[in-house]
Design a protein around this ligand. Sequence first.
Ligand SMILES: Cc1cc2nc3c(=O)[nH]c(=O)nc-3n(C[C@H](O)[C@H](O)[C@H](O)COP(=O)(O)OP(=O)(O)OC[C@H]3O[C@@H](n4cnc5c(N)ncnc54)[C@H](O)[C@@H]3O)c2cc1C
Length: 406
Amino acid sequence: MGTARGVDPFAESEDQSALRQLARETAQREVAPDSRSRDESGEAPLTVAKALAAADLLRVTVPEEYGGLGYGDVEASIVLEEVARVDVSSAIWCQLTFNGPPRGIQHLGSERLKQQWLPSVADGDALLSIGITEPDAGSAVHQMRTSLTKHGSGWRLNGYKNFSTLGHVAQGILVWCRWPGGSGAKGIGAVVIPTDRQGVSITGVHAGMGIHSATEAEVAFDDVEVTEDDVLIAGDPHNTDAFKVLLGHLNHERCGNASMCVGAAQGAFEYAISHLNDRIIDGQPLADRQGLQWKLADMAIELESARMHLRRAVHLAGVAGTPPPLETAMAKAAANRAAKFVCDESIQLLGGYGYSREYPLERAYRDIRGLCIGAGTIEAQLNYVGSNVARGRSSSSPGWVPQNFG
Ligand SMILES: Cc1cc2nc3c(=O)[nH]c(=O)nc-3n(C[C@H](O)[C@H](O)[C@H](O)COP(=O)(O)OP(=O)(O)OC[C@H]3O[C@@H](n4cnc5c(N)ncnc54)[C@H](O)[C@@H]3O)c2cc1C
């Protein structure tokens, strides 16, 4: 059999391999041990965040001038994979730090907003949550009602946001809201509000199927004072420009979501393989059964396919860019589906132990289930991919060029 002589286009650099190693060791040492008890108690991963910060792992995407390492989406993806490999809830903290509001502030924010938030999120002293979804505006986000009304030289913010991950723990929240006079997608922009400001209140915390220690909050805004200093990007009631910029930024979050799915599935896959090798039935390890090897083969193929979609999307972002939308939508859908399949089959391969709370697989399955809904559902990704390919649009990567079938 000939050996491969080509070059892996997604091979990690020395720095990236070292970052993966650091993230793996830190996750194994600091994240894994209490992950089950946090899942049982619902305690937020505050101690974990401190440990990740101490290992410099929360600095990954923050620019160097604000105390970060200045890396891009590839490195964010590496850390997210490794932390989610042992605990998705803890990876969510990294996700909010790498691909949530700080990324928006870094690209769009004023110097004042950058100074206010970026050094403290890099140090693990602050967390920013995301306020986009509302009861009547989930997938149809342009139906949002949360709005600014003019008040003196600034505004007053009124509205209600649902499913804001770790909103009850965060020091600040990035709120998508409507500027005066806007309707539909026109006039939607975003502000960043400290959660201790008068008029901001946590009205509930969801009890979800999974992600128990990084659950979602309901946040109300009651006549909250907003000044020019709080504005991330202003909505113009005459156009959808700001809304489009904000939507584009979600591609970071979607790649982060896909990274957590790949990482969690990888962890479940490794656990199942180890179990099959250890479990002896009729004098033979289960891993020797061809029927089970075929399952492993299908799992490996699904997982690697999703990983390649993801790698392509994050590599296309470059160091300072944003992952392109079509590749990102494909990566998120592929990773969500692969994680569902791989975690489900891993449970099956462990039999009763897979189903038991004493083993980590049922937790991984419950956790990734939420990732298939957050950051845009699988169906929302399929809508985007389908509507684009139906119009003959194709990926921007050189690997997939339009064909002329005429
Ligand atoms: C774990 C988790 C974390 C989250 N974190 C945050 C957060 O931090 N901040 C935040 O703002 N939000 C967050 N969300 C909310 C999330 O973004 C929304 O739940 C999601 O966008 C779907 O909106 P919805 O729940 O209103 O469902 P709906 O939009 O009502 O959708 C219901 C179903 O219909 C499908 N559907 C809807 N429209 C279409 C269509 N046009 N074509 C085909 N199918 C369609 C959907 O795919 C879904 O299956 C989180 C959700 C979860 C589960």
